[in-house]
Design a binder for this molecule. Structure first.
Ligand code: ADP
Length: 266
């Protein structure tokens, strides 16, 4: 079982039944061990990513409310060195941000070489939300897809490796998680009234996500749809994809500076 990049419309499956896959592991402990293995691979590769200094890694996380973006960040990156990692959460644009083009706030947060940058929501909100709320026309939306593809292509050719994960949760699981946020005092703070309005627009969001996946999954910045009803399986799939991608970069520790070769510490 492996995540596959979105290619063409046939691979975009956003039905409720596609939000879960059964774990290929015999027990919960075995799955937990597999997650630990992948997060430790990420930690090891992160050290080389930093030393190697040729690439940045940008992870984009999108998904409906309560699809597990926060939990993914907490668990998949549990072992990384915080010094080499940044997380940016994109909420509703501020007045200052609205005074600029929609990629302005995003570009500033793109990780530098050596770094892992995680986007909790992203520039994709600027095609999803306005489509659902009908505040942009179809033409503007199509132009934004092109602009985003150009932007990501530019980043990619400037050493930013991009992986985009859409956390796909079913309607029933989202209901369960939102109810938990309402009933559990420790989770109340996470609940926004707007979450219910967005839930009521389930079909419109599904349509918007489908368009986003169809138009912006590219070779240099692929989308992966992650079945996200089971958070352990979700974490394992994402962590493995990230570790495999870092591995494919053939990162290496740079050789010692010739001027220090042979020196002795006395
Ligand atoms: P989260 O739901 O990710 O935990 P918040 O509760 O702060 O975080 O919600 C962020 C909200 O901001 C979401 O409803 C999201 O759709 C909205 N948002 C983010 N970026 C934009 C944008 N560019 N335009 C409109 N809404 C946005």
């Amino acid at each position: 079982m492996k995540l596959k990049p979105v290619k063409g419309t046939h691979s975009i499956r956003l039905g409720d039944s596609h939000a879960s896959v059964s774990s290929p592991f015999k027990s919960k402990d075995a799955l937990a061990a597999a997650i630990a293995h992948q997060t430790s691979r990420i930690a090891t590769l992160q050290r080389v990513l930093y030393a190697d200094a040729r690439f940045a890694l940008l992870i984009v996380l999108q998904g409906r409310d309560a699809s597990g973006k926060d939990g993914t960040i907490r668990r998949v990156f549990a072992a990384v060195n915080p010094q080499g990692c940044s997380v940016t959460s994109f909420g509703e644009p501020t007045g200052l941000e609205l005074g600029h083009d929609y990629l302005w706030r995003v570009h500033q947060q793109v990780p530098a070489r050596r770094m892992i940058g995680i986007f909790n929501r992203s520039h994709y909100e600027d095609v999803l939300v306005p489509q659902v709320h009908r505040t942009i026309t179809r033409d503007v939306c199509m132009s934004r897809y092109d602009e985003i593809n150009d932007f990501e292509r530019m980043l990619s050719s400037n050493s930013v490796v991009i992986l985009k994960f859409m956390l796909h949760v079913s309607r029933a699981e989202q209901k369960h998680r939102l109810e938990e946020r309402l009933s559990d005092r420790d989770k109340n703070w996470k609940f926004r009234a707007g979450d219910l309005e967005d839930r009521a627009r389930w079909t419109a969001f599904t349509r918007a996500y489908r368009g986003m996946l169809k138009h912006t999954s590219t070779k240099s910045a692929p989308w992966y749809v992650v079945p996200a009803d089971d958070h352990a399986v979700r974490d394992w799939l994402i962590a493995r994809q990230i570790a495999d991608t870092l591995k494919s970069l053939r990162l290496r520790y740079p050789p010692a500076d010739p001027s220090v070769v042979g020196l002795k510490v006395v």
